[in-house]
Design a protein around this ligand. Structure first.
Ligand SMILES: [Zn+2]
Length: 221
């Protein structure tokens, strides 16, 4: 593609970037934004929305200076400890481990969980050089072994990396005497079996639970 070549080729003169080029280049730090989309965004802001551009610049600056990680759960906050960790309404015996602050928000939106969280800010990915140290698993272990947490719920993604991360954490925490659970996998709410992929259905079979336990049989929980 022409844009790709143009992008890869160094500028013919050593002229400094114009501020328009600099803006387009800066916008490319956003996920999924390539050179053309970045240029469209830059032109749009300058042509149609100068106040919006100024507001964006101020908001970016403010957030990048004010937002930090919670000392307890590692999510984004502007205080040393986030509002969720400070809340007296949450069950401190349950700790849900998620990959990102967005995942935390998603779990919160279910209104089905009232424990606390730990946000990894990533997942193990040896191929990208992301090991236990990079995602600060030592902090998670310290947090989970505070003597109050009784159950750690692993809610990392069901990707191969998320699964590997969950497995690794489970072993670390089980060795320290903690109960560790993993989000169940299965058929989506409202789902019809005919349209569920084979892998999900196979997992749902393996993770099936009793709806009527056999007489004298042990249930699954
Ligand atoms: Zn927190």
């Amino acid at each position: 593609m022409a844009t790709r070549n143009a992008d890869a080729r160094p500028a013919p003169t050593a002229e400094p970037l114009s501020s328009l080029d600099a803006l387009a280049r800066a916008l490319r730090c956003l996920p999924g934004v390539g050179p053309r989309a970045a240029q469209r965004m830059a032109l749009h802001l300058l042509q149609h929305d100068r106040p919006g551009a100024r507001e964006l610049a101020h908001a970016l600056l403010r957030a990048s200076e004010a937002v930090r990680h919670c000392d307890r759960c590692n999510t984004f906050t502007e205080d040393s400890v986030c509002a969720l960790c400070r809340s007296g309404k949450r069950d401190p015996a349950q700790l849900c481990v998620v990959e990102t602050p967005a995942d935390l928000v998603t779990v919160e939106q279910t209104h089905a969980y009232d424990g606390l969280y730990f946000v990894l800010m990533g997942r193990l990915s040896p191929l990208d050089g992301i090991g236990p140290k990079e995602i600060r698993l030592d902090r998670l272990i310290r947090r989970a072994t505070d003597g109050v947490v009784r159950e750690v719920i692993l809610a990392t993604n069901f990707t191969s990396e998320g699964e590997a991360t969950a497995h690794y954490i489970a072993e670390l925490l089980a060795a320290r005497g903690l109960a560790v659970s993993r989000l169940a996998r299965g058929v989506p709410v409202g789902g019809e079996l005919e349209y569920v992929d084979a892998g999900t259905l196979a997992q749902a079979l393996r993770d099936r639970r009793w709806v009527a336990a056999p007489p004298g049989g042990a249930g699954n929980g």
